[in-house]
Design a protein around this ligand. Structure first.
Ligand SMILES: C[S@@+](CC[C@H](N)C(=O)[O-])C[C@H]1O[C@@H](n2cnc3c(N)ncnc32)[C@H](O)[C@@H]1O
Length: 269
């Protein structure tokens, strides 16, 4: 099996989950839904392992992120060529960060360039929705793994649908043995970077999430939910599924060293 890594860096990425010694996924997966896509680390793993037998529905509220996935999928060559013309240095970084584009290929080039060269791979925007993470000073010769981008593109070309919307804005067609990977933004108050975008994740979103999980259970489908260390949500969900608290290394801190943290998952398989 080819090792496929997500082509973007993402704080809150779930690569650590793939190393846990537990039953990671259901045995049978028909359609796959990931409505909080981020870097798609779990999607790429499942697809590369050929564990998804039908369609993968991937979405995220971050439209630039989804545009980037769409351009990686449809215009890989052009995207890689544009990226290869950009230097990984401070001057280019701030020039690109200040640019605004209308064409999707340019938007995706900017997004991917900033993601690979910014500080910590953090996605953070200000009140106006402008990306405001500083230059990362990462001394890569090549800041993008071109072969991996092409591998990701071929995976995305296979039975995968991409869409940008808030997860509450669309209905879900749920059938038996469909699998939902639910990784909402961190909800704990003490997490420094819980803002991926300008929309808050509040009580309405949590209620929708709980309702979605009820529907998944009714249809005999499967879900995996990441709840961070949100004690309130964990206790609200105590009847819902099988809870496990897992250890992981924190990479959320801007300046400090990594810390060991725990994250609770809830699943019904
Ligand atoms: C914790 S990250 C997901 C990380 C992903 N599992 C990975 O491995 O990279 C949460 C994602 O949810 C998205 N998001 C936040 N609020 C959302 C909403 N209301 N609807 C859909 N996506 C949302 C963010 O843009 C972010 O990409």
């Amino acid at each position: 099996m080819k090792t496929i890594k997500p082509f973007i860096r993402f704080v809150g990425g779930k690569s650590w989950y793939l190393k846990q010694q537990i039953k990671l996924f259901p045995e049978k997966i028909n359609n796959y839904h990931e409505p909080f896509l981020g870097s798609g680390s779990i999607f790429f793993y499942l697809k590369a392992s050929k564990l998804i037998t039908k369609t993968a529905y991937l979405s995220d509220i971050n439209s630039e992120l989804i545009t980037t996935f769409q351009e990686v999928k449809a215009n890989t060559n052009q995207l890689v060529t544009k990226l290869s013309k950009l230097e990984n240095d401070r001057e280019t970084f701030y020039k690109v960060r200040d640019q605004r584009f209308t064409a999707n290929l340019d938007k995706a080039t900017r997004f991917l360039y900033l993601n690979r060269t910014s500080f910590g791979g953090i996605y953070r925007v200000n009140k106006n929705g402008d990306f405001n993470v500083p230059y990362g000073n990462r001394q890569y010769k090549t800041f993008i793994d071109v072969e991996n981008v092409f591998n990701c593109a071929s995976i995305l070309k296979d039975e995968t649908k991409l869409d940008s919307h808030c997860f509450t804005d669309k209905g879900y067609n749920i059938s038996e043995n469909d699998f939902f990977c639910l990784d909402p933004p961190y909800l704990g108050e003490n997490i420094p970077f819980n803002r991926y975008n300008s929309k808050k994740f509040g009580a309405t979103e949590v209620a929708f999430l709980l309702n979605l999980i009820n529907e998944i259970n009714k249809k005999n489908a499967k879900y995996l939910l990441f709840v961070g260390d949100n004690k309130e949500l964990i206790s609200e969900l105590h009847d819902y599924g099988y809870h496990q608290t897992l250890s992981k290394t924190n990479n959320l801190s801007f300046t400090g060293p990594s810390r060991n943290l725990s994250e609770t998952i809830i699943k019904n398989y």
